[in-house]
Design a binder for this molecule. Structure first.
Ligand code: ZN
Length: 361
């Protein structure tokens, strides 16, 4: 679809058909348009083979449409140079993926509003945390709280999967320090006061923290990048440079740690089951695998809905770099090939599921 100024009718929209093997002519079909953006092509196209299509004054202009090319009805917004905003691929710091304005669904808007609500007015928990952790911080280093809050809602985790970590960050997990004095001892190590601050340091959960660090290294990061203080690493998701991790896969494993450990802690408290570290490690790997599967499944669905449309690009290129630490995402098929070192680690914990096997049969 193009826009040009006609000598007779003034501003006119039209469809430009490039020359084909039979005609060798540029044909321009004028369009009858109405205010809703609906357009009908008229018969008798103009032969415009001798027009200079690149001329900015006498030539033709691009036109902005509303909705992805997959849509049957795409209203005309106007000549591209006078139209803002374009539908295009938009990004928001509040959302994990680029999106089309015309596809800004209620679900996406709700996500954005939720994220916005979290941004201003730092919660009381920041001050409460600072009282407790100031002594363990390097001199002259501030906790990047604003960035920590903005990182909530990571690409690979559902809000539910992230919730336990989020509650800890708000100092809202149930811990025994809220009980009467006689029963405040940590239910896991039975040696220290059970508090929000103690949890990431508890000796019983050390093997699980070591597994988290091993997974981060398997994702391709040098161990020197991992903050040696487990509260800063697992809790505040800071690396050794005191910056919030950017990689969604790293954020996912750091946050899943809380979900899995706390789930087993609660079972111990409520059902009296033993906190068995190998079972917790396996559970952690399975949760991580299911995040990857959910992501793969979403990409595949996205791809399949666009497969038979004229849309040339299947997935935005930026999607590739976001999951590069997990493996290679094929933008043409939506398939994520998990890197072998990660597959081996997941297999070691009996947690690997091959998403692609059914299609390669
Ligand atoms: Zn403990």
């Amino acid at each position: 679809m193009v826009y040009f100024t006609s000598d007779v009718d003034g501003d006119t929209y039209a469809i430009l058909r490039a020359p084909d093997a039979h005609t060798h002519v540029n044909k321009l079909y004028e369009l009858r348009t109405d205010n809703s953006g609906f357009a009908v092509p008229l018969p008798d196209p103009h032969d415009i083979t001798d027009w200079d299509l690149d001329d900015p004054i006498d030539g033709i202009d691009k036109v902005s449409m509303w909705g992805s090319v997959a849509k049957h009805f795409r209203p005309i917004m106007g000549p591209m140079h006078t139209t803002y905003p374009q539908d295009g691929w938009w990004t928001s710091t509040l959302l994990p993926d680029p999106f089309l304005l015309s596809e800004l669904s209620i679900k996406r808007m709700t996500l954005m509003f939720q994220a916005l609500k979290r941004l201003p007015a730092p919660p009381n928990c920041e001050a409460a945390w600072m009282d407790r952790i100031a002594s363990m911080l390097p001199v002259d280093i501030d906790i990047p709280w604003a960035i920590i809050w903005r990182s909530v809602g990571s690409l690979l985790l559902s809000p539910k999967a992230e919730y336990t970590w989020f509650r800890w960050l708000h100092r809202g997990l149930y811990v025994r320090s809220k009980q009467e004095a006689a029963t405040r001892v940590c239910r896991l190590c039975k040696a220290r006061l059970e508090s929000q601050k103690h949890l990431p340091f508890c000796t019983t959960t050390r093997p699980i923290r070591e597994l988290v660090n091993r997974i981060i290294e398997t994702l391709g990061y040098d161990s020197s990048l991992i903050n040696t203080n487990p509260l800063l690493s697992l809790g505040l998701n800071l690396d050794s440079n005191m910056e919030v991790w950017q990689d969604p896969a790293v954020l996912a494993i750091l946050r899943l740690y809380w979900r899995v450990v706390y789930k087993h802690m609660t079972r111990l408290e409520v059902e009296g089951t033993h906190f068995y570290t190998p079972a917790v490690c396996k559970d952690l790997c399975r949760e991580f695998m299911s995040c990857i599967l959910a992501y793969q499944s979403e990409r595949r669905t996205f791809y399949l809905t666009r497969k038979y449309t004229s849309r040339p690009e299947i997935l935005p290129i930026s999607a590739v770099s976001k999951v590069a630490s997990i493996g290679e995402l094929d933008v043409h098929t939506g398939t994520l090939h998990i890197k072998p070192t990660l597959v081996n680690l997941l297999k070691e914990y009996d947690s690997y599921t091959d998403f692609n096997w059914a299609e390669s049969e």
